[in-house]
Design a protein around this ligand. Structure first.
Ligand code: ZN
Length: 201
């Protein structure tokens, strides 16, 4: 961990976010000096750095060295990748599962790297639709595949906790490219592999 810096009137801090969280605690009517809250600004700042670490990562870096040339053209499917993100409207979590598939054109990616690519985009302020599209486009670019399909099924705490539209709190989004778009058979093979009837329900 970095040496704490000292600024202004002897307030030690690691991160410029910390005084903002301290101020936020005051504004909601709390006493940031009470025992249980003393370390909170520091913990929140660190937690936000982690949850939003996607801003300092890029896909090329993440997949670096894990793209392999192979003579394999069958569908690759990675199911049930855990997704945790923050909605950009309320800064509240949405979380669920991503299912990713592609049809390789002479190139495959290490399976664990697919989950890493999901995290690069999930660890930013997001809406689920854009997250889904960004993952599909990034994989399409990296792999030059015949096609890529991404489905994300997620629960949104901003809907659940705030008591609005609870019936729509689980959202399913999809993004498909190439053969998954143009070829009905490819698309239905993917859907049956991930146990779905359609892309939207
Ligand atoms: Zn929201």
């Amino acid at each position: 961990m970095a040496e704490p810096r000292i600024v202004g009137d002897d307030v030690p801090f690691d991160d410029p976010v910390e005084p903002l969280i301290r101020r936020l605690l005051e504004l909601v009517g709390e006493d940031p000096a009470r025992e249980g809250l003393q370390g909170t600004p520091h913990r929140v700042a660190r937690s936000l750095r982690f949850l939003l670490s996607g801003y300092t990562q890029d896909v090329d870096e993440v997949v670096n060295g894990a793209c392999f040339s192979v003579d394999y053209e069958e569908m690759v499917v990675v199911k049930d990748i855990e997704v945790y993100s923050l909605c950009e409207h309320h800064l509240l979590p949405f979380y669920g599962r991503a299912h990713v598939a592609y049809l390789p054109k002479g190139k495959v990616l290490g399976l664990s790297k697919i989950a890493r690519v999901v995290d690069v985009f999930a660890r930013r302020l997001q809406i689920q639709e854009r997250l889904t599209t960004q993952i599909a486009n990034a994989l399409q670019d990296v792999l030059g595949a015949y096609g890529v399909a991404v489905v994300i099924d997620a629960m949104h705490l901003c809907m659940i906790m705030r008591g609005v539209q609870k019936q729509h709190s689980a959202a399913v989004t999809s993004a498909i490219t190439g053969a998954f778009r143009s070829d009905e058979k490819t698309r239905s093979e993917f859907l049956s592999l991930i146990g779905r009837q359609s892309l939207s329900s």
